[in-house]
Design a protein around this ligand. Sequence first.
Ligand code: PMP
Length: 352
Amino acid sequence: MGWEEQVRRVVPYIPGEQPKQKGIIKLNTNECPYPPSPLVKQKAAEFQTDDLRLYPDPDASLLVKALADYYGVKEDHIFTGVGSDDVLAMSFLTFFNSDKPILFPDITYSFYDVWAELFHIPYRTPALDEAFRLKKEDYLCENGGIIIPNPNAPTGLSEELDTIEAIVAGNPDSLVIIDEAYVDFGGKSAIGLVDKYENLLVVRTFSKSRAMAGIRIGFAVGSSRVIRYLKDVKFSFNSYTMNAPSIAWGAASILDDGYFKETVGKIINTRERVKKELRELGFTFPDSRSNFLFVSHKSIPAAELFEALKQEGIYVRYFNKPRINNYLRITIGTDEEMDRLLTFLNNMAVPR
Ligand code: PMP
């Protein structure tokens, strides 16, 4: 009808499944298999629910201060949001506002094109090379902004900081966002470049390495000028994105660095062991620096493996998209979970 012609029509992003049944092995959404820091548990127990009657601190100062101290930057270099999806969406809205196309790789986080469509931002997706590597030259041309995840998803590959710096330095007229959702698992962070380049914004999340996907915390580090623009848009949209528990528990997570490093270390060790075992079973994959592997089998089609694993109660992610429809993205779980996966794959792969 008439009113429907005015509707902002979108094709939404489809998040990975969150199955309800118990006892499954969930390796499909890159969550952490270990709990958050015990300090978060303690803060949760101490939390005064009576205080929920008050609005939260719109500046999330406690969390911002903890992050500023941890990363050695000033507080006005930090922006926080409801998961990095919120931070990224705000960043698209704030900085990608030209008639020139923004750039991001053809194989990448599948939310980028959804935001571009939602905000009517033109975009181009230069193809990664055969080995899923980024070609720097593709990003040294006229554009309306750039977003690159490093490590990339779903490949898990990490690009050298020199490559990232060359792209940022070569685009003084564009805002360059580096999405570092997975950097804690062995990538190289661009946070150190923020002082040098005013056009750089680095986006991070508590959902993976900090085991807090359920509380929804993301943040960005950038020059004070970039952060100010981001805050202006956020405060024109919703002042109270960060709720009180997020602020308190997020700050607690940052303070417990010992636990954080131990957890990340365990996941990296498991990942490296699983890489060896999968190789022996006939799988190939890019050399992941993230908390997941992007695997392809020499003879069993990925779609078939996906279904067989699901029947077994093991959930992984399959993208039925050009170039990657013979790959599975498998999150690194606990050693026990990965052993169950490997045993199943071993039985399945043997008769081939
Ligand atoms: N960036 C990338 C590359 C991701 O894979 C994800 C996870 N889906 C996110 C950002 C968003 O994570 P969150 O909103 O939980 O911080």
